[in-house]
Design a protein around this ligand. Structure first.
Ligand code: ADP
Length: 217
């Protein structure tokens, strides 16, 4: 299994690209954001409540919690897919080192890190207009990726919502956290000789095709 990491700022389109790649490649997509949102739904648990609050503000959830989720997913996917695409992990150098050590136990390593490059002003527009289906996770945009029926998910009929962390007051903090903690991973993976840069601006299908090319090289 080829382990691929997709890197990019919030709003760079990691999830959008991944949802297209799973249709064309034998690829397992693991999004730590999706896993954490699912875990945070358990309203009776104080831990889940604290995870939901951390995410709403755009801060990082603890390395231990996210690391445990990723290890679980890696174990579940052994050998079943040609590609394992990690979206949202690692998000800081400690997580990158943890992932490296976990993979090394099985003689594996990150084969490719794809960086979706998108200018900051584009990111802000994408995040503030983003709408998400809480039922199936599909993503839309109020101007550039409208559903067929206003407010309703094309895929499953769910009612679209704005994620709490997409509210304007939280978007700025997410971008700040990205620059402070995650952006240095580009240098980390470049140093290991596995970084590919892909322009994340343009039609989603075209961006996905460029990512597919990068990961199969
Ligand atoms: P985006 O990348 O667009 O901000 P995600 O859905 O990937 O959105 O992540 C949403 C939130 O989930 C993050 O702001 C953070 O709170 C939490 N999260 C996701 N992945 C990680 C991670 N690897 N480490 C810590 N927190 C994470």
């Amino acid at each position: 299994m080829k382990i691929v990491v997709i890197l990019g700022a919030p709003g760079s389109g990691k999830g959008t690209v991944a949802s297209r790649l799973v249709k064309s490649l034998p690829l397992r997509h693991v999004s730590t954001g999706d896993l954490l949102r699912a875990a945070a739904k358990n309203a009776d648990s104080p831990l889940a409540k604290s995870v939901a609050e951390t995410m709403r503000k755009g801060e990082l959830v603890s390395d231990e919690i996210v690391g445990a989720l990723v290890v679980e997913q890696l174990a579940k996917s052994k050998g079943d897919y040609e590609y394992f695409l990690l979206d949202g992990y690692p998000r800081n150098e400690k997580q990158a080192a943890f992932l490296e050590a976990e993979l090394a136990k099985g003689g594996e390593k990150v084969a490719k890190a794809v960086w979706l490059e998108v200018p900051e002003e584009v990111l802000v527009g994408r995040l503030s207009g983003r709408r998400t289906c809480p039922k199936c996770g599909a993503g839309y945009h109020v101007e550039t990726m409208k559903p067929k029926v206003d407010g309703i998910c094309d895929a499953c009929g769910g009612a679209l919502v704005q994620r709490p962390d997409d509210a304007p007051e939280n978007v700025a903090n997410r971008l700040k956290v990205y620059h402070a903690k995650t952006a240095s991973l580009l240098g980390w993976y470049e140093g290991k000789g596995v970084l590919s840069r892909v322009c994340g601006v343009g039609e989603a299908d075209a961006v996905a095709a460029a990512v597919a090319k990068a990961i199969s090289e």
